[in-house]
Write a protein that binds this ligand. Structure first.
Ligand code: ZN
Length: 263
C-alpha cells in the first residue's frame, strides 16, 4: 500500500456518509436506510461540538437526530453570570442549535459537575432511549479527565443494556440499540482511537452556525478555543478520509466484527 492509498482508506477505518440503519447489516436488504441517532452528552456544549455534526449529517441524509444532555453545563459560567442564568443560556443555545440542524433536544436535570453514576441515572437514560428508539448512540469515550464525562460513558453503557433487556419492565417497551460510537472530544482524548469517519461537507456551515449559539464556542467563558479546535479538527479528519471536513468516531469494541461474503 502506498501513501496515497493509505490516506484514502485511513488504514482499516470505515468511511461512511451517515450511520446506516440496522437493515444495512442484512445481506438481502435494499438500499441502506439511514437511522435515528441519539447523542448523549454530559454537557450541552459537548453534545453540539463533538456530536452535533453527526446528527446534522444524519438528518441531511434522511435520518433523525436527538441530543440528550444530562446537565445544563451551568458550572462553566464566567464569574459575572450567576449559575442559574448561565444554565438557562446554555439551554436556549442548545434549543436554537438543534432547531437549526433539524434535531431535537432533551435535558435531564443533574447538577453540572455532580452527575451521578448509579441505578437511578442509568434507568432514566434507559427510559429516554426506550422512548426515542434510536438505532445508534454516540456518547463520551471513557478516557476522559472529566468525572461527568466518565460517568456519562458508564451511565450510557448501563442504560443501553437496560433499554434492551426485555425482562426489565419500565414505562416503555424494550429497545435494542444496534450501534454505539464514541465522539472525539479534547477532554476525552486518552486512548481515543477512531475507526469510523463521516464526511460532513454538506452540513459543515450549518453545524458551525449551530455551535456559534454557545458563548463558550467563541471563548467568551474560558480559555479554550473551541471554535478553532473543532473546526480545524474537522479539516484534519477530512484530510484523512477524502473530504473537506469530517468527523471521526470510535466504535464500541464489541461491534467491530464484520460478516462478509468475500473480501
Ligand atoms: Zn463537558
Amino acid at each position: 500500500m502506498n501513501r496515497r492509498s493509505f490516506a484514502q482508506s485511513v488504514g482499516s477505518a470505515v468511511i461512511l456518509s451517515a450511520i446506516p440503519g440496522s437493515s444495512a447489516l442484512t445481506q438481502d436488504s435494499a438500499a441502506p436506510k439511514t437511522s435515528k441517532v441519539m447523542a448523549i452528552a454530559a454537557h450541552p456544549g459537548d453534545g453540539m461540538f463533538t456530536m452535533g455534526a453527526v446528527l446534522a449529517k444524519q438528518i441531511e441524509r434522511g435520518g433523525a437526530g436527538v441530543l440528550l444532555s444530562l446537565s445544563l453545563g451551568e458550572r462553566g459560567a464566567p464569574k459575572d453570570i450567576p449559575l442559574q442564568q448561565y444554565g438557562a443560556m446554555q439551554r436556549t443555545a442548545t434549543e436554537n442549535a438543534v432547531r437549526l440542524i433539524g434535531a431535537e433536544a432533551i435535558f435531564l436535570d443533574y447538577p453540572d459537575a455532580e452527575i451521578p453514576f448509579n441505578e437511578e441515572s442509568s434507568l432514566r437514560v434507559c427510559d429516554t432511549i426506550r422512548e426515542q428508539r434510536p438505532e445508534a448512540v454516540v456518547t463520551h469515550w471513557s478516557g476522559s479527565w472529566h468525572k461527568d464525562h466518565q460517568n456519562c460513558h458508564l451511565i450510557v453503557r448501563d442504560a443501553i443494556f437496560y433499554a434492551g433487556l426485555e425482562t426489565l419492565a419500565r414505562e416503555h417497551p424494550a429497545h435494542a440499540v444496534s450501534k454505539i460510537f464514541y465522539a472525539e472530544n479534547w477532554e476525552d482524548a486518552a486512548n481515543f482511537v477512531p475507526d469510523t469517519y463521516i464526511s460532513i461537507d454538506p452540513v459543515y456551515e450549518k453545524w458551525m452556525q449551530a455551535c456559534d449559539f454557545y458563548p463558550m464556542w467563541r471563548g467568551q467563558t474560558g480559555f479554550f478555543r473551541y471554535n478553532d479546535y473543532y473546526s480545524s479538527l474537522s479539516v484534519m479528519r477530512g484530510c484523512l478520509s477524502g473530504s473537506r471536513h469530517a468527523v471521526a468516531l470510535m466504535s464500541d469494541i464489541n461491534q467491530r466484527s464484520q460478516r462478509l461474503q468475500s473480501l
